[in-house]
Design a protein around this ligand. Sequence first.
Ligand SMILES: Cc1cc2nc3c(=O)[nH]c(=O)nc-3n(C[C@H](O)[C@H](O)[C@H](O)COP(=O)(O)O)c2cc1C
Length: 214
Amino acid sequence: MNITDLAATRFTTKAYDASRSLTDEQITAVISLLQNSPSSLNVQGWHFHIISTQAGREKIAPAIYELNSNKVAEAPLAIVFSSMNRVTDQHLDALVAQENADGRYRDDASRQKNDAGRRGYINNYASSPEFQYSWLERQLYIALGFLLLGAPALGLHATPIEGFDTQKMDRILGLEEQGLHSVVMATVGYNSDSDFNAQLPKSRFPLTKTVTHL
Ligand SMILES: Cc1cc2nc3c(=O)[nH]c(=O)nc-3n(C[C@H](O)[C@H](O)[C@H](O)COP(=O)(O)O)c2cc1C
């Protein structure tokens, strides 16, 4: 299926078939969608908790709103997307070291120039704590988008989930101590016959309302 057909036919899964598990290869493929997601300045100020065990599902269950509890209980995979509270020097040091190790720089001068440019942007444009907090969070939604389109390309169904108590989740996962906070979640698996959304037609505003050609 081509990418426009995938976009048109994917849907938010409302109920999962709990008897169908995912292979390690499938879980690895889903994680690679997250790892390869782009982020502004390649900042990657995110962390993903991958929940694929019954113990993991039970651990996060208290933070899930009733509306979504069936999805988290029945899907073979749930992911909690967490964002850094702020960009630290330590993170930027690790980032430039990773890019260097991955062969992104032809010499020290280009590495230093890129590193200085990124720090300059963050210290000027993204210096206010509020801006930085929301800028970092916005990057997570790109990863969520990759996952939502990537899952059907892998033959899987997925659900984006904001319906959970982020403060409770932060406590359960000990995120505050790590300078992180939870933002959004997703579940992945195979839908069940009771997934009413699979049968419904997609509904979107017409392009005349949402798109302007100049
Ligand atoms: C960021 C985000 C959060 C969402 N949170 C929930 C949720 O908590 N529970 C749920 O059932 N659906 C959730 N949805 C699904 C939306 O309701 C759904 O994407 C929208 O109605 C369009 O339908 P479609 O995804 O089937 O095309 C969420 C979607 C997004 C993008």
